[in-house]
Design a protein around this ligand. Structure first.
Ligand code: FES
Length: 168
């Protein structure tokens, strides 16, 4: 399967690409198998993702996915953005080749990491040190499971990072 017209459009003209100074939340995602890396930064105003930027090192699909994830998340509430799925992103891109479907999950997981980082900072629970990866912090944090979807999340989290339900 070739890239769709929509994927090519996002590849040629990626939306919201670049760095953000002093973001409210940062997500850093990587796939150890293909080596692709995505960083997503967000600025939140009154529970709405007001600004979003991405930096992606990886395949064409990962770049198009990052651009589409940013497009879909911008202007959404935190809970709405938590409901964005890899399947939705792939559909909005007019489909992805089978081997590239994991790229859409990487983009969405990275967005959700950025939101989780924002929520943690807001609650003052975890201050992310610059040199630390978010995954390392959460791995050392006591975890619980969401009663709705069973995803693991740091103890005392207010929102499940997978299904977006309020659990606090
Ligand atoms: Fe792995 Fe694109 S090939 S994220």
């Amino acid at each position: 399967m070739q890239y769709s017209h929509k994927v090519m459009e996002h590849l040629k003209n990626p939306r919201n690409m670049g760095k953000m100074e002093n973001p409210d939340g940062v997500g850093e995602g990587g796939n150890p198998v293909c080596g692709d890396m995505i960083t997503i930064t967000i600025r939140v105003k009154e529970d709405i993702i007001d600004e979003i930027r991405f930096e992606t090192r990886g395949c064409g699909a990962a770049i198009a996915v990052s651009s589409m994830v940013a497009d879909l998340a911008k202007g959404k509430t935190i809970a709405e953005a938590m409901n964005i799925t890899g399947k939705l992103v792939a559909e909005e891109l007019g489909g992805l080749p089978k081997n590239d479907l994991h790229c859409s999950n990487l983009g969405v997981d990275t967005l959700h990491l950025a939101i989780r980082d924002y929520l943690d900072r807001k609650e003052g629970r975890i201050r992310r040190r610059k040199e630390e990866k978010l995954e390392q912090i959460t791995a050392n944090t006591e975890c619980c499971c969401c009663p709705y979807c069973d995803a693991e999340f740091p103890k005392d989290a207010a929102i499940c990072v997978r299904c977006g339900n309020h659990i606090g």
